[in-house]
Write a protein that binds this ligand. Structure first.
Ligand code: FAD
Length: 307
């Protein structure tokens, strides 16, 4: 019940101001957000790498309102890639981007987002890594998939995300699996209406399994984005049945969630990538993490009350 309420609040400016100003917020945010600047996140990449983990880096931000902000988003990623290059960390870290932060919802947003993301994808390729396009709410996805297809003409390693809760996703998975894409499958983190998305959690899990099977049996590179132990073990079994070697798929989890399990899977020989978000515009990302697990909200409220 709480999840949808928190997701609605994640789009409210009033709530954004309240939550950001609350005492104790910073401490709870730090569990999920790896810092505010490139300097904060680089040591974390090294630390995760030393634990045998790979990383995908997300500069937090979305729902921007000006073209200048979209350029700033592009530049923040270019700065990050420059630092990874200097430090020789390119092989361990890929990038995740939200096209809304690159201007997708502004006027001529599709073209603007493509123009902004292209140099980021090119810079990533130059240091031997890749970019994955995150999936946002369902209204943005046709544009995201078209940008993905366009980028893949020059940078075939570019990845994208599909969301098990959407009715459309099995068809998207079939298309992407046939064309050899890198595809991250997740349950889905946005508040979506019943016309486009499954609302019942067990049914979302069943769809997730069907989609994993399509990806594992296909020609692409599946990236299993989940903390759900049942789905992870089903993913392992589907990979085994499809005859995939350990480097022909990977698991992904979010920074700050089930860290011991991340290390355990890596120690077993799996490629395990940690989605590591950083930056100052953390509100939307943080609220989705609260919505996924009501206990996080209780912890958050308690930390405010005890300040
Ligand atoms: P759940 O059933 O939600 O969780 C399983 C267990 O994991 C829970 O019981 C709990 O122990 C733990 N857990 C899960 N979430 C939390 C949390 N927030 N805090 C504490 N414990 C938790 N969604 C999108 O819509 N678009 C994206 O592009 C996207 N990218 C993602 C990238 C990665 C690498 C991952 C892991 C998730 C991404 N998501 C994205 C979020 C995803 O859609 C889910 O909302 C999220 O992963 C929770 O689902 P779950 O599969 O972990 O299963």
């Amino acid at each position: 019940m709480l999840g949808p309420v928190i997701l609605a609040a994640s789009r409210s400016d009033k709530m954004r101001r309240l939550v950001s100003a609350a005492p104790g917020t910073k401490q709870v945010v730090a569990r999920f957000i790896a810092g505010e600047t490139v300097d904060d996140v680089v040591p974390i990449v090294s630390e995760l790498s030393a634990r045998g983990l790979e990383v995908t880096l997300d500069v937090v931000g979305e729902d921007i309102t000006t073209v200048e902000q979209s350029y700033a988003a592009r530049d923040a990623y270019l700065e990050l890639i420059g630092r990874l290059k200097e430090l020789g960390l390119g092989a361990r870290a890929e990038m995740s981007v939200k096209l809304s932060m690159f201007g997708q919802s502004l006027e001529n947003g599709h073209e603007l987002a493509l123009a902004n993301v292209r140099p980021v994808v090119a810079a990533a390729a130059e240091i031997g890594t890749t970019v994955t396009l995150d999936a946002e709410d369902h209204t943005t996805l046709d544009s995201m998939f078209a940008i993905h297809e366009e980028l893949r003409k020059d940078f075939p390693q570019t990845g994208c995300v599909i969301q098990a809760y959407l009715f459309r996703t099995e068809d998207d998975a079939r298309r992407l699996a046939a064309n050899g894409s890198r595809v991250r499958i997740v349950k889905g983190a946005y508040k979506e209406p019943a016309e486009v998305a499954i609302q019942d959690k067990p049914e979302i899990d069943k769809a997730y399994v069907r989609i994993m099977k399509i990806l594992m049996d296909g020609e692409g590179y599946p990236m299993i984005g989940s903390h759900d132990p049942r789905l992870i073990s089903i993913g392992q079994e589907l990979a085994r049945r499809a005859g995939r070697k350990l480097d022909e798929y990977e698991f992904q989890m979010l920074y700050g969630i089930r860290s011991e399990e991340q290390t355990r899977l890596a120690a077993e020989g799996h490629r395990m990538r940690v989605y590591t978000a950083y930056g100052t515009d953390w509100y939307g990302y943080f609220m989705r993490r609260l919505a996924e697990k009501p206990a996080n909200l209780l912890f958050f409220v308690r930390s405010i009350l005890t300040k």
